[in-house]
Design a protein around this ligand. Structure first.
Ligand SMILES: Nc1nc2c(ncn2[C@@H]2O[C@H](COP(=O)(O)OP(=O)(O)O)[C@@H](O)[C@H]2O)c(=O)[nH]1
Ligand SMILES: [Mg+2]
Length: 244
């Protein structure tokens, strides 16, 4: 907790697409997440809802690059480690004609276990957990991350496991099947991504947004949104799997 309080404000590359949220308000105010949790889901989706989404995984797996690719549609080579501690980027994702506001939190330098503490996970409604397909260590650490997530995050947090750097085929250390097996074991959706080529980056955030939307508007007579099925269908459509 002390570490969180000493963290610096966000850097200039973080963007604010909607003005009512301020970078330094993230940890202190509970914003709209609580409102959503405590009131029964409305029959229509409230576009004012803001969904705190966090990026988690070892240092160097490509969290910041993934966010920059999603936000700006480009890959900026080199490490972002020189940037400041923690901050968020606001993005609006349109799914099924509805605008979903994501407030996506990223860390730099706080990735070691136990140093990303309760405050980071608090109120997170979605969580993208990354490893690097060229790093066995980052993959092996996923179990420890999941343990930490189960300890600190809300029990109904939307989790997505991502094997990033899928473009690095000659340095691949983790087969896609290993990622799939781990994801099945923990019942979380999985895909390989590349922050460099953009592979599946939109899909990862769109799938999460769809799930968040369906959770916020749960009609009793409507089947529950199946994020696994959605991802599989979209992957097939985009022909991603022959690539990775
Ligand atoms: N080839 C490739 N390199 C990547 C990818 N994502 C990130 N990187 C590189 O991996 C390094 C660490 O990325 P960064 O986004 O800073 O990781 P973070 O510490 O998890 O935020 C940088 O040199 C990036 O350019 C990717 O998808 N493909
Ligand atoms: Mg980073």
């Amino acid at each position: 907790m002390e570490r969180m309080e000493s963290m610096e404000p966000i850097s200039a590359h973080y963007t604010t697409d909607y003005p009512e949220i301020h970078p330094d308000s993230g940890f202190e105010s509970r914003e709209s997440c609580d409102i959503q949790a405590k009131t029964p889901p409305p029959s229509t989706y409230d576009e004012e809802l803001v969904h705190k989404t966090i990026l988690v995984g070892d240092s160097g797996v490509g969290k910041t690059s993934l966010l920059v690719q999603f936000d700006q549609g480009k890959f900026i080579p080199g490490s972002f480690s020189a940037t400041v501690g923690i901050g968020f980027t606001n993005k609006v994702v349109t799914v099924d004609g509805v605008k979903i506001k994501l407030q996506i939190w990223d860390t730099a330098g706080q990735e070691r276990f136990r140093s990303v503490t309760h405050a980071y996970y608090r109120d997170a409604q979605a969580l993208l957990l990354l490893y690097d397909i060229s790093s066995r260590t980052s993959f092996d650490n996923i179990r420890a991350w999941l343990t930490e997530i189960h300890e600190y995050a809300q029990s109904d947090v939307v989790i997505m496991l991502l094997g990033n750097k899928a473009d690095m085929s000659s340095d691949r250390a983790i087969r896609r099947e290993e990622g799939e097996r781990l994801a099945r074991e923990y019942s979380v959706p999985f895909m390989e991504t590349s922050a460099k080529t953009g592979l599946n980056v939109e899909l990862a955030f769109t799938a999460v947004s769809k799930d968040l939307k369906h959770r916020a508007v749960q009609h009793t007579n409507e089947p529950k949104f199946q994020i696994h099925e959605y991802i599989e269908a979209q992957k097939e459509k985009s022909g991603c799997c022959s690539y990775i």
